[in-house]
Design a protein around this ligand. Sequence first.
Ligand code: DAH
Length: 360
Amino acid sequence: MDGLDTLKAKYLAAIATAADETALEDVRVAALGKKGEISALMSGLGKMEPDARKAAGALLNALRDEIDAALRARKSGLADAALDARLKSEWLDVTLPARPRRTGTIHPVSQVMEELTAIFADMGFAVAEGPQVESDWYNFDALNIPPEHPARQEHDTFFMNRAAGDDRPPHVLRTHTSPVQIRAMTEQGAPIRVIAPGRVYRMDMDQTHTPMFHQVEGLCIDRDISMANLKWVLEEFCRAFFEVPSVELRFRASHFPFTEPSAEVDIRCSWEGGQLKIGTGDRWMEILGSGMVHPKVLKAAGVNPDEWQGFAFGMGIDRLAMLKYGIPDLRAFFESDLRWLRHYGFAALDLPTLPAGLSR
Ligand code: DAH
């Protein structure tokens, strides 16, 4: 086995000078590949006398191991160098401040949803969600609105089509966020504290109505919840949301199929020179519907009404945005007019938080 030293020197030099991983692979193939120089020598061993084969085999194995080790070492060195080069060229300073506001803004509805979520999260409410295409059962029956109930007519419902011959009740575009009460209780059981902001749909269109609008549902179920808790939560919410030192709410007896007793809630306000002010004044404005969740509703969601009770409420989000930010026409909310969005929109990176102020 002469010439092994020359072979070794040749390949070690080639390995040391291989410029990248492709060149290195070429060296590996030339030496150790199936048809490589060292592999060829190894397959020649079979024709040798046993003693000579033993000696030559040991030398060749050692050579192969040495070259293999050198290949691996060089390979990892090249990979490190490649990574270093990439890190240098793709370097990005993530601590740079963001560019100031250019064109995009946060829609007032999104802003108000973030504000609501921050306020209710502070009171221990999680956010729940449900589908916008809802079954008749969730949207009505489970909320104690059976098929013949007059409340069904009041909802101006959009119905989905069923396939011809399918006579099950059609799905609907949910007419309120109340079905999320049922879904949340069915999934999580009691006790539970959730809000459910989202889109709802009714066939209606004028200055204060659009066929799609937004509501937020609130639900709080536990062993010992009363209207007093409802009143405190709503007052706390209104004070925080309207960012005023105090608010006064008035509960008016009302009727909703899914609550008993039910109340509509008005907030004290004033209208002066076309300016609405929340908190003081001699006027009242209705802002939401609420009540103690009806035992039938609890039952429909698998919650035992002998053990659990609580309150629910529903408010219009768009309306809250109009009141807080003095926006006159609801229809403009959904026209995607850039001038309107720039005027009423919010800076994208100013997330509302209670400590920093909701609407800086
Ligand atoms: N779902 C009602 C609506 O859309 C609003 C509402 C009233 C929700 C009373 C409630 C409630 O949870 O208790 O008109």
